[in-house]
Design a binder for this molecule. Sequence first.
Ligand SMILES: Cc1cc2nc3c(=O)[nH]c(=O)nc-3n(C[C@H](O)[C@H](O)[C@H](O)COP(=O)(O)OP(=O)(O)OC[C@H]3O[C@@H](n4cnc5c(N)ncnc54)[C@H](O)[C@@H]3O)c2cc1C
Length: 409
Amino acid sequence: MFERRLFQSEHEMFRTSVRKFIEKEIAPHHAQWERDGIVPRELWLKAGEAGLLCCTVPEAYGGLGLDYLFDVIVFEEMARSGFTGPGFLIHCDLVATYIKTFGTEQQKQRWLPKMVAGEAIGSLGMTEPHAGSDLRSIRTRAVRDGDDYVINGQKVFISNGQLCDVVVLATKTDTLPGGKSITLFLVDTTLPGFKRGKNLEKLGLKAQDTSELFFENLRVPADSMLGREGEGFILMMTKLAQERLAQAIRSATVAEHLIDITVEYTSQRKAFGQTIGDFQNTQFKLAEMKTDAVVGRIFTDHCITQFMNSQLGEVDAAMAKMWLSNLHCRVADECLQLFGGWGYMWEYPIARAFADARIVKIAGGSIEIMKHIIGRSLFSQSTGDVKRRSRAKNTDTDSAVTDTDRAIA
Ligand SMILES: Cc1cc2nc3c(=O)[nH]c(=O)nc-3n(C[C@H](O)[C@H](O)[C@H](O)COP(=O)(O)OP(=O)(O)OC[C@H]3O[C@@H](n4cnc5c(N)ncnc54)[C@H](O)[C@@H]3O)c2cc1C
């Protein structure tokens, strides 16, 4: 059987402590949080205290400065538990990473120690009601006024939206009709003009607060800009591979776990004088899923290694995201089938896993956008000369290509 070789003993010790944290602090309460549509703020403080948040943030900013595998362990153990309420991944892998990589010293000092401690919760505000995959069409506008920018607009589907204290917010700063300059701001949600909308009702991820956010004449100091004016789209593109890798890691883990619990269930459940697991159909289905899960895991671990060596390209990340998202959804569906009617009951983890699975083909760059990136790479070499000539004449050709590189969780 395939054995993973990525982790050392210190990683495995950390894994044990993450599992204990989940069993003690999350498992007993998650059903209630699903009914509430949100997890309590105290959970974030406890997770911060236990060292689960933003493991790679350097000591200078209140973190432990650990390697990426510690973050991977948190994503994996959360995924394995099936408790999808706490939005740790977006907070750690996206928001903290943006601040750590692109923030000024002052921004890092202001936000990172609080994010590590769970005192400040991060969210990423990009999607708008009329613009998801096509990020360049966002309408939230930031207009310079003296030393400030005044922001007006609306976001939707924002994870951690009810809890967030800081939003990495995508805005337009140019004033041209159809202008394309995207600029990111770190928005403090205590500022006047910030309003939270509805906590949206969803098919799955029931305990996660996914919300509308409104910005009405919200005034932010110019030094809350993340990166430079007009640089937002490029900054978002820079982090895409990491975002997609995290999604793949999560899906690989869920697929493995669902196969395990299905083997366990079908080994007990009987029909026609034998266990469900004795039927050849059950064994064949699980054999296929297990093989695909191992293939997916090996590729995901390869991508983790590449990422840690600063060598993970956007195409490999897109392939990992696409393969594992598809596998995740297929395994959830086929395993549920093997549970029969009990698999349709909410009290069974497989039912929740099925409902939670569907989002992975949409968010973090949809399956279609992943195919676009992979497909484009197949033709880029043969058409490279043509494109280079075209770019020299018309920069819009290039931006049309990057328009579909969705940068979202
Ligand atoms: C639970 C949840 C959590 C989310 N969290 C966040 C968050 O924290 N922050 C945030 O900013 N956003 C978040 N999102 C938004 C998410 O990233 C978007 O839903 C996603 O990017 C798709 O955008 P859309 O919904 O506008 O779909 P659309 O862009 O309208 O796409 C509709 C369909 O058309 C397809 N399509 C679009 N463009 C192309 C193309 N060029 N070629 C082929 N097909 C195409 C899409 O793949 C999709 O199937 C979240 C969404 C959900 C549901």
